[in-house]
Design a protein around this ligand. Structure first.
Ligand SMILES: NC(=O)c1ccc[n+]([C@@H]2O[C@H](COP(=O)([O-])OP(=O)(O)OC[C@H]3O[C@@H](n4cnc5c(N)ncnc54)[C@H](O)[C@@H]3O)[C@@H](O)[C@H]2O)c1
Length: 313
């Protein structure tokens, strides 16, 4: 089958492209290389270099596609707080362009990379898809608007759309530089530089962390499973286990330093994990890689498991 992966040179997208190629599919990547890297592009995939904000380009790149995996986004909360307008353009208008192109080209299914951040504050720490979203940042709101457009397109045009709400994804090729680095690559880099790991707050916050290969499996299962037309199927893609920032620091190793007040307290939940039973029921997915094993794979011993920028499968 022929699939388009937007953002296929990025962290999650490039692993997904590798898996699709391994499964024997034809893959076209649409990426503007703003955070993605050509070095991550699978040589068997074709690259269309450009932006999802270019509606004409999205339409032409997706002609004849069986599925679109829409992973392209500006995927950082702090960046969206600094630049709500620019991130809206990519995250919302880009998603709308993808849905419109899927409609025009009769694409069988769109698999949209959404985020657990759409939940915001909830009465319990275990997130369920039926909860009313309460986004706390422009990024989270933009991801939610993408889901809502997906739902509207599915209903209006009898399309098949799946929105996967990822919970803190980590793994090889995750960016470890720049102002918006996520916790696991940030800690590994600090440790490797012999610097203390800086923990925001007291480190007792607990969240669900998902290995990128589990996220890839969820995408593939969401593409293959029998799912209804005419609705957006929303699924949590994350573990029902929680891990504290202190535990992650201990798994990576090195000195720690606490930063008070927590600069992320405004938009970060203290506790958050996934009820993933819906994904198990509908697409037969559940996470396979425990965080201790996943972190060992990338943080290993004193040096990183692979040179930075190297392709790994
Ligand atoms: N990493 C996580 O923990 C996480 C959690 C929840 C949701 N997500 C979602 O997963 C998706 C992938 O995230 P990631 O962590 O791999 O991010 P990433 O930044 O590594 O990858 C994003 C890719 O999209 C490309 N891109 C950005 N803007 C584009 C544009 N206008 N047109 C075309 N390509 C563009 C980038 O060049 C990059 O290759 C995003 O939609 C993100 O919102 C990620």
């Amino acid at each position: 089958m022929r699939h388009v992966v937007t953002g296929g040179c990025g962290f999650i997208g490039s692993h997904l492209v590798d898996r699709l190629v391994d499964l024997g599919h034809e893959v076209i990547v649409l990426d503007d290389l703003s955070t993605g890297k050509k070095a991550y592009l699978n040589p068997a995939a074709a690259l269309v270099q450009g932006s999802v904000t270019d509606a004409g380009l999205v339409a032409s790149a997706t002609e004849g596609a069986d599925s679109i995996f829409h992973t392209a986004a500006w995927a950082r909360v702090p960046r969206s707080i600094e630049d709500p307008v620019g991130t809206h353009d990519v995250n919302v208008n880009g998603t709308l362009n993808v849905l419109q192109a899927a409609r025009e080209n009769g694409v069988r299914r769109v698999i949209y990379s959404s985020s657990s951040s759409v939940y915001g504050s909830q009465p319990t720490h275990v997130m369920r898809e039926g909860m009313t979203p309460a986004p706390k940042s422009p990024y989270a709101l933009q991801k939610l608007i993408g889901e809502q457009y997906a739902d509207m397109f599915a209903r209006l045009f009898n399309m098949q759309v799946v929105s996967l709400r990822y919970f803190n994804v980590y793994g090889p090729r995750q960016a470890d530089e720049g102002a918006y680095v996520l916790v696991i690559p940030r800690f590994i880099k600090l440790r490797d530089q012999g610097k203390p790991l800086t923990l925001y707050g007291d480190g007792s916050q607990t969240h669900g962390y998902t290995h990128v290969s589990d996220v890839v499996s969820a995408n593939v299962s969401a593409m293959e499973a029998e799912l209804p037309s005419g609705e957006n199927t929303v699924l949590n893609v994350g573990p029902n286990e929680e891990t504290s920032i202190n535990e992650i620091a201990a798994m990576i190793g090195g000195e720690v330093e606490y930063v008070f007040p927590n600069p992320r307290a405004m938009y970060e939940e203290r506790r958050k994990s996934a009820d993933n039973s819906k994904a198990k029921t509908l697409i037969g997915w559940e996470p396979r890689i425990p965080i201790s094993e996943g972190i060992r794979g990338i943080a290993g011993g004193p040096a990183r498991a692979a040179p930075q920028g190297a392709r790994q499968s």
